[in-house]
Design a binder for this molecule. Structure first.
Ligand SMILES: Nc1ncnc2c1ncn2[C@@H]1O[C@H](COP(=O)(O)OP(=O)(O)OP(=O)(O)O)[C@@H](O)[C@H]1O
Length: 351
């Protein structure tokens, strides 16, 4: 019988992923990663719900203490990034370094099981011509999570199943009700799990970074107001600046060295190009010549037409057909051809 380890968060999506595979005849083992140090109320709730689902499906359940990995790869990464005036994206890093990598390792080494599955909304297909696993957007575009998965290696993709990639969230809820799963009615989780646990990113970061007041300045250095600590701001932010101005002002820069938040009008932050580092080519091998694609510069942003120009050392230059507003260093740029995710990387701070 085919065996698979399902990553169970205690939410409805992973519960249904496990139920679908179990129903298809897989021998399923549930694995829950214990992620967060501290009070961990949210984690314990998730672990109990995951245990409940395993009991319902009559499958084994393992809890793996991954708190040190999460602390180093996510908490420390975020704190260091915000202190340096960038806005790091924790989710893609978490998927690669905390979830998929260690889960595949645990499954293969500890349990002798080759495959893992998660409740992500994305699809994986195999392209025989290039001998590559290709990552594709989910059928339900409103739930598509491929953006957060751009950093997965070929080995990880080859070991992964996404049972929910072909269905809508409504169908997931229907299946959860049909199987009478305890998690069927559980509300949607937030895009960012840390916000769920701490109320806001500010609430989370203030535990680690002592807020230090400073000046809000325009692009000529003129002081316009006061900020409460640069880690409370992100590029593109308009609300909460506390400055009265004739035209809307946006955060266009975070100067960690001088502890300043820089603001400007909308057009002043337009960029026609930018660079990206730590690039992972997913569905195609690294090209030697520029390619055309559609790039997403944030999770919820619309893809825009771009030329992707390969550079040395796993970097690329992106040249946009239309200028882009408030490109945020630390976030991921992920480029697609239709529904196929070609590659992605981290937006660099431009000097
Ligand atoms: N702590 C965890 N342990 C094991 N797997 C996890 C854990 N957290 C998330 N996952 C896996 O990653 C998938 C996507 O996680 P995400 O945090 O985006 O939650 P989600 O899309 O709301 O899914 P769910 O409804 O299952 O919580 C989950 O469906 C699950 O398979």
């Amino acid at each position: 019988m085919n065996k698979v380890v399902v990553g169970l968060s205690g939410g409805v999506d992973s519960s249904v992923a496990a139920a679908i595979l179990h129903n298809q005849g897989y021998e399923v083992v549930g694995v829950t990663l214990w992620l967060m140090k501290g009070k961990g109320q949210c984690c314990s709730e998730g672990m109990v719900d995951a245990a409940y689902i395993c009991e319902q499906l009559a499958i084994p359940h393992h809890i793996v203490d991954s708190r040190d990995l999460f602390q180093t790869n996510i908490v420390d990464y975020l704190v260091t990034g915000y202190e340096a005036g960038i806005t790091p994206l924790p989710c893609s890093q978490c998927n690669k370094a905390v979830k998929f990598g260690p889960m595949v390792h645990y499954s293969q080494k500890e349990l002798g099981i080759d495959k893992i599955a998660t409740g992500h909304y994305a699809r994986i297909t195999y392209d025989a011509d290039s001998d590559r696993s290709q990552l594709r957007r989910a059928v339900d575009l409103s739930k598509d999570q491929s953006y957060f998965l751009y950093d997965l290696t070929q080995d990880l993709l080859a070991a992964t199943i996404f049972p929910l990639g072909e269905q809508t969230k409504t169908e997931t809820r229907r299946i959860a009700a049909e199987f009478n799963l305890k998690t069927a009615e559980k509300p949607e989780s937030q895009d960012l799990c840390l916000i769920e646990k701490h109320g806001s990113m500010k609430g989370f970061l203030d535990q680690y970074i002592t807020p230090q007041d400073g000046d809000i300045v325009d692009q000529n250095g003129k002081i316009l107001g006061k900020h409460t600590g640069i880690h409370h701001y992100t590029i593109g932010q308009r609300k909460g600046l506390g400055i009265a101005a004739a035209e809307p002002l946006y955060v266009v820069g975070l100067d960690a060295v001088r502890n300043r938040v820089i603001v400007g009008d909308r057009t002043s932050s337009h960029q026609t190009e930018c660079t990206v580092q730590r690039v992972n080519w997913v569905s195609i091998p690294e090209p030697t010549n520029p390619i055309r694609a559609e790039v997403q510069l944030r999770y919820r942003s619309q893809p825009v037409a771009v030329s992707v120009i390969p550079l040395e050392n796993s970097r690329v230059k992106l040249v946009f057909d239309e200028p882009q507003f408030c490109i945020t260093p630390g976030q991921a740029a992920v480029w697609y051809n239709g529904d196929i995710l070609l590659g992605g990387g981290i937006l660099e701070k431009q000097n």
